[in-house]
Design a protein around this ligand. Structure first.
Ligand code: MG
Ligand code: NI
Length: 481
């Protein structure tokens, strides 16, 4: 069997490798997406005080610290068994909206749009944000400013951009000043305008990539995420819903804290990244593969697929059009990009509502209490999907056990199936063009995997694609940064 490894898969945050295996005829035999760093972060947390968990887990990831801080604070709320002040909850939600906007803007404008605008087969030296600056300077500039708008929300609330350990068990450390509220309101129209420009652009580009839309992780699966009790789009609270490829409810109103009842975590020897699966669809002892009936997807596409509607007018209009194009449930992972843009729009509408809420500048933002319950589960929608933090503590509030299920892990099976589907579609023989390797990498990148977070490795690391012959000889390696 020949082996082709795409390593590093570039423009993905963290370190991972895609291995492609050819058979004797030079056709694709197998493809694997695997992650190679591991630091044992969960074990590292044992013995730490509960109150340190937001800042500690915020440091698990240089890419999405805010998501971990919020999930950790929520798990802490459960252990304190307090009712969060109303404004604290609103401010945390506002922080999460800022995180969604900045992360989605980075994914779309910096990491993925060069492929759409310059082409998957274009010169790899120019297929990046600098190349984008040359051909679409206005769009590139606007993308940077949109991301900055999200970062500003985080900074004005948390006081700093990186590791804002601002959310704590019981609430948040500080409120939003009137001055900062007005500054954010002022920046909002441009953010919304940029989102509309990107949406219109993406819609015109879709017709140019029929093969990619058809092969970038285009398969039936389950979709999982949070919705409100009424079934609307949700990003921070609510209940877990699971739908199938037709949009039919597989499970609804599941308590996030009961996640162990419906989510299993499989380990694979080719990757340190665990593969969570939907437990009820898998028999006891059954092997978990990318073809498993337990495979589910999380993240922007899943959140749009599971909700009845979003609940704000501009985003709902876009969701209606999205469903007219792809059906009640969009199955191609290529549409993660489209879903990200609709979510940015939804976030800007939600940000506007929060900023106009007279309670948002209230200064009562933290409930104080001691340890009242010995276990707490905090669940929130991170940009890449549902994030679970599960803590056990002793009577003194010291951590005795931690389990975290991160979004990128939950998409692990789907990313494996995606890279294989793209490789099967495009690889016709052993002579493989760079543009094909780029497509395989871009298929994984559609999920915007946070490898920093999934492996608990600090900072950013690249990803590679390697191609191996039937004899195990390395034929080609793709590495870009
Ligand atoms: Mg875990
Ligand atoms: Ni992360």
């Amino acid at each position: 069997m020949k082996r082709l490894v795409i390593d590093p898969v570039t423009r993905i945050e963290g370190h991972a490798k895609i291995s492609l295996f050819l058979d004797d005829a030079g056709k694709l035999a197998d493809a694997k997406f695997h992650v190679t760093e591991f630091r044992g972060f969960e074990a590292f947390c044992v013995g730490r005080p509960l109150w340190e968990m937001p800042s500690l887990t915020g440091r698990t990831c240089g890419i999405c610290p805010v998501s971990h801080v919020l999930a950790a604070a929520k798990a802490g709320d459960e252990i304190l068994a307090v009712k969060l002040p109303e404004t604290a909850l609103k401010l945390r939600r506002l922080m999460n909206l800022g995180q969604l906007i900045q992360s989605h803007a980075l994914s779309f404008f910096h990491l993925s749009s060069p492929d759409f605008l310059l082409g998957f087969d274009s010169d790899p030296a120019k297929r990046n944000v600098f190349g984008l600056m040359d051909v679409e300077p206005e769009l590139a500039r606007r993308g940077i400013r949109l991301r900055k708008f999200g970062q500003d929300i985080i900074a004005k609330l948390g006081g700093q951009k990186i590791h804002p350990a601002w959310a704590v068990p019981g609430g948040v450390r500080q409120g939003l000043s009137e001055e900062h509220r007005l500054e954010l309101l002022e920046a909002l129209p441009e953010a919304q305008e940029t989102t509309f420009l990107a949406l219109e652009l993406f819609k015109t580009l879709l017709d140019k990539f029929p093969e990619e839309v058809a092969s970038f992780g285009n398969f039936p699966s389950l979709f999982l995420g949070l919705v409100t009790p009424e079934g609307l789009w949700e990003h921070h609270d609510g209940l877990i819903r699971v739908v199938d490829e037709t949009g039919a409810l597989v499970a609804d109103k599941l308590e996030p804290a009961d996640y162990l009842d419906y989510i299993g975590e499989a380990s694979h020897n080719h990757s340190y990244l665990k593969s969570p699966y939907y437990r009820p669809n898998v028999a006891e002892g059954e092997a978990i593969t990318p073809e498993s009936a337990g495979l589910y997807r999380v993240g922007p596409l899943a959140r749009l697929n599971i909700c009845n509607r979003i609940g704000t007018p501009l985003a709902d209009k876009e969701l209606t059009e999205f469903r007219e194009r792809f059906g009640r449930v969009a199955l191609s992972s290529f549409q993660y990009h489209y879903a990200r843009l609709i979510e940015i729009l939804a976030c800007t509408e939600a940000v506007a509502l929060h900023l106009q809420d007279p309670k948002i500048t209230d200064t009562r933002v933290r409930a104080q209490a001691g340890i009242n319950v010995l276990r707490g589960v905090g669940v929130s929608e991170a940009p890449r999907g549902t994030l679970f933090h599960d803590y056990h503590v002793d009577e003194n509030g010291l951590i005795t056990k931690v389990n975290m299920i991160i979004a990128t892990g939950q998409n692990n099976l789907a990313m494996n199936r995606t890279v294989k589907q793209i490789a099967q579609t495009f690889i016709k023989g052993p002579d493989i063009a760079e543009g094909i390797l780029n497509r395989i990498e871009a298929g994984a990148r559609a999920f915007d995997p946070c490898l920093s977070c999934s492996t608990h490795a600090i900072g950013q690391m690249p990803m590679q694609v390697e191609l191996f012959s039937a004899q195990g000889e390395l034929l080609k390696r793709l590495e870009r940064n």
